[in-house]
Design a protein around this ligand. Structure first.
Ligand code: AMP
Length: 240
């Protein structure tokens, strides 16, 4: 599971991690945006809340996630969960859904708020495949997605007011999950400042170190990033 403020790079890193580990990427935000686009009953209900930056109800979200993780690909290979849980109640519901096992690890991507604000203001996304771009790193041809040819636009919830609301909700509802998972020895913290490649390498190194420690039978907890290293001067630009 991957945690981080809006704009910390969760979406970008989850896509890369899912390719690296060959497991499905399950993003509640993407699933909801697809529902909005298809005008399904869920999408019609979700749209206004999402545009305002509000959180949807725990029951709706966990039902959607429960159905997705029961699908054959997720059951066979596991999954990378992006955007859920967002509250401790969702974390409890997720643990119930997954019992008797639990999520393996939570990666917290740490980026200062001033920086995520800059990234979000310039973020642009493909309306078809969800690929991330920015005003500084646009698609090659006239705001048409390099991957699928879809239209690349600013997300409706990337307005100043909705961004403020989403960061506020993150701080009050989601950030407590960092301590929640740390207390269960299920957390690694990773410095999210740097290019997407640099951050991906840090995440994979942290996960490998954690696996090695587990294999070695040590359950020692750390509060610092597993492998501290100086931030890269190049920031990889906006992402989810
Ligand atoms: P994201 O793409 O993860 O930033 O999600 C976009 C929007 O979808 C959020 O601002 C919420 O309105 C909604 N959403 C996504 N995941 C959740 C969740 N786990 N709980 C409640 N609302 C969610």
């Amino acid at each position: 599971m991957v945690l981080g403020k809006q704009g910390a790079g969760k979406g970008t890193q989850c896509v890369r991690l899912s390719h690296h580990f060959v497991v499905p990427h399950i993003s509640t935000g993407e699933m909801l945006r697809a529902a909005v686009k298809s005008r399904s009953p869920l999408g019609l209900k979700a749209r206004e809340m999402m545009d305002r930056g509000e959180l949807l109800g725990d029951d709706i979200i966990m039902e959607m996630v429960g159905q997705r993780i029961a699908e054959p690909d997720a059951r066979a290979r596991g999954f990378i969960l992006d955007g859920c849980p967002r509250t401790t109640h969702q974390a409890e519901m997720l643990a119930d859904l997954l019992a008797p096992i639990d999520i393996d690890l939570t990666v917290d991507i740490e980026v200062p708020t001033a920086q995520v604000l800059r990234r979000l203001a310039g973020r642009r996304v493909c309306t078809d495949c969800g690929a991330n771009y920015s005003v500084d790193a646009p698609p090659k041809v006239n705001w048409t997605c390099d991957m699928c040819g879809g239209e690349v636009v600013q997300r409706p919830d990337d307005t100043e007011e909705a961004i403020r609301r989403r960061l506020d909700l993150y701080e009050h509802e989601t950030a407590p999950l960092i301590d929640w998972y740390d207390a269960r020895d299920q957390l690694v913290r990773v410095n999210g400042v740097g290019s997407p490649d640099v951050v991906l390498r840090r995440i994979i190194r942290s996960l490998e170190q954690r696996q090695a420690r587990r294999r070695g039978g040590s359950s020692r907890r750390r509060r610092r990033p597993e492998s501290p290293e100086p931030a890269s001067p190049t920031d990889g630009g906006p992402s989810n």
